[in-house]
Design a protein around this ligand. Structure first.
Ligand SMILES: C[S@@+](CC[C@H](N)C(=O)[O-])C[C@H]1O[C@@H](n2cnc3c(N)ncnc32)[C@H](O)[C@@H]1O
Length: 296
């Protein structure tokens, strides 16, 4: 049986967010993904950065930054000042270390925070990027309204994410699949609509399905390696069900091969004439966001 809409996964949205943040801050995520936690790695981040077309010293917010690889890369490559924000405070050390290693500590900062209630003033940034994370936010429209709010008029938005075309098998609608960016992935038109509803003019869309296929192949290889080490050294991995992860990866690979899952990139602009929309604010949204020193 298959389902076109993801089923309710956990009773509490806060649990879902916590679950996602905890997973991507874990050794497991690094083991399966490497340091860059999205398909296409830094090559695709470079593509997104080029499409944003910003000047040197532009102020950029990397929403749901994970370990900050993209933030550091963008600061190095384009000379931007980047704030990396993520729900998981655990990424702070990694971001600081990566920035220091690349010699861009003065241009990369980590802030702990929620994409759905960004702790920055209106119009604080020249661009916002969000890579492989919008799909995991329970309140996507609220997050997009936040991206819009913290951008200057004329500011740029760059999103890359897992895309879904058609129905998913039941095992890809599980909590694990949600955390793995699959269960609530949208069609590329869905992301475009979310951005447009927040007020953005979407001026570019690209499909990069091949990078998702590549990532899943890499994950399969890495899982084989983990299994081998566990068997050879008679190890136990508490709380980890390798068989379940392998089965999820197999289903996802099938969904990519059959064209149901893919990866897409969208770039847009906050119109110069824009005012901040106030109608789409969800429960818990702060109408008067606290200002953040780093964003001034
Ligand atoms: C697939 S990882 C992508 C990380 C990074 N953007 C990259 O491409 O390497 C998803 C990230 O989203 C973060 N995240 C999930 N929900 C969030 C939220 N509501 N606010 C901020 N970060 C969130 C997780 O902690 C995790 O680091």
């Amino acid at each position: 049986m298959s389902t076109s809409e993801p089923q309710p996964l956990v009773a509490d949205v806060a649990d879902l967010k916590h679950c996602c943040a905890t997973f991507y801050a874990s050794d497991w995520a690094r083991l399966l993904h490497g340091e860059s936690l999205h398909p296409g790695g830094l090559a695709l981040t470079g593509r997104l950065g080029s499409l944003l077309g910003l000047e040197q010293n532009a102020r950029v917010l990397d929403v749901a930054s994970g370990s900050g690889r993209s933030a550091v890369f963008l600061a190095e490559r384009f000379g931007w000042s980047v704030i990396a924000i993520d729900l998981a405070d655990e990424h702070s050390t990694a971001v600081v270390a990566a920035a220091a290693g690349a010699g861009v500590s003065d241009r990369v900062t980590f802030v702990r925070g929620d994409a759905e209630a960004l702790p920055f003033a209106d119009g604080a940034f020249d661009a916002v990027i969000c890579e492989c994370a919008l799909c995991t936010f329970p309140a996507k429209a609220v997050a997009c309204a936040e991206f819009f709010r913290v951008l200057k008029p004329g500011g740029r938005i760059g999103v890359s994410d897992v895309t879904r075309n058609g129905s998913l098998p039941d095992d890809l609608a599980s909590v694990l699949a949600w955390v793995a960016c699959i269960a609530d992935a949208q069609p590329i038109a869905g992301y475009r609509s979310l951005l447009a509803a927040a007020g953005f003019a979407v001026d570019r869309e690209e499909r990069h399905d091949v990078v998702l296929r590549q990532l899943l192949e890499d994950i399969r290889t890495r899982l084989l390696g983990v299994e081998l080490v566990v068997k050879l050294q008679d190890l136990e991995l508490p709380g980890v069900d390798i068989a379940q992860v392998k089965s999820l990866a197999r289903s996802a690979e099938f969904a990519v091969r059959s064209g149901v899952l893919g990866y897409g990139l969208l770039v847009g602009t906050k119109p110069l004439s824009a005012s901040v929309p106030s109608v789409r604010l969800g429960p818990g949204f702060r109408a008067q966001p606290q200002s953040e020193d780093a964003a001034r």
